[in-house]
Write a protein that binds this ligand. Sequence first.
Ligand code: PMP
Length: 409
Amino acid sequence: MSYDLEQIRQDFPILQRQVYGRPLVYLDNGATTQKPRCVVEAMTEEYYNVNANVHRGVHFLSQKATDLHEQSRETVRRFLNANSVNEIIFTRGTTESMNLVASCFSEAFMQEGDEVIISTLEHHSNIVPWQLAQNRKGIKLRVIPITDEGNICLDEYEKLFTNRTRIVSVAHVSNVLGTINPVKEMIEIAHAHGVPVLIDGAQSTPHMAVDVQQLDCDFIAFSGHKMYGPTGVGVLYGREKWLDRLPPYMGGGEMIKRVSFEQTTFNELPYKFEAGTPDYIATTGLAQAIDYVCQLGMDSIEAHERDLAQYAVSRLQQIPGMQLYGPMAYGAEGAGPLSFNVEGIHHLDMGTLLDRLGVAVRTGHHCAEPLMHRLGVDGTVRASFGLYNTRAEIDVLASSIERVCKMFA
Ligand code: PMP
């Protein structure tokens, strides 16, 4: 499939709709993405023709549903270039994946006074789970500072390692600034200290090829709904040698080998971490979404979104009073979300008025309050791009911002 935007947009029915009598310009892809027809149809087809609980039945439908579910796991394995399907755990999303690692890793490998390194630009889902572990076990959070441009200070990162550092947990791409962190280098540094790394891939996996063997990461988390798949399903990749050593996260059906009141033994990977009925319909949808983006080509998607982001920077920079945040505002390449404020206009007012003009953006702290604090703002407006957005839509964004500015003038 070549990168034919017109054709691609036809695959997403919602993009044809209007809001307030205007064509929808959907620029909130960092929060969630729209779904191509093939994803919805595959899930509907499974409900209509295959539905049965997985792994438990000897009957025809259960075996078919199990086959589909396990094929989806293989699709995810291929997508991440993981060594084995044993390393692919289905979760409800990035948040659950991050909580799983923070909870199980701290339980198994961290004592009071041991340290986790995170960064200033983390989403709350990579801060709060570690604070919960802090409350339970007395671990410490060490935080990598960022520059005014919104880049990780690598020198400071290196200095944070002590003989109590047990894990590093950082975002691949910032959901606010679009910063692409040098995670490969950060992983090398951590490994040189004998420390494993968890990557929050929520904002990278939808936008660029992510190869866990090439990155050499120990864990990576992502959400299906941010990459054109359904809500309610996500992934935790973990290196087998780590997953093997972690205790289970939740107890229940599927994650056990044998249960008695005296003693219970746990199932093998990946099932040890998948208690209860998985969302096997959503895993089918996720696999369809992965096939869809892979057919377009992750490199083509990245190139397209980089072009859009660069174009947006150049258009928005011309608007008087515009303050853009993050590395892209300083000339760095990036495809990720673009945050801004316009002097004298509150981000919430800007977002609300843009909405009335048909432009969907996000406003507020973006679940990154410590980063807002570092930037010295209480919130920003964020435009985030997807594989189906067009330069014409960026023009609508820019002219709509200009209209809002006129209203406030
Ligand atoms: N991390 C980052 C960087 C994110 O952008 C998000 C979603 N905004 C999350 C984690 C949480 O993802 P989810 O709500 O799908 O669990």
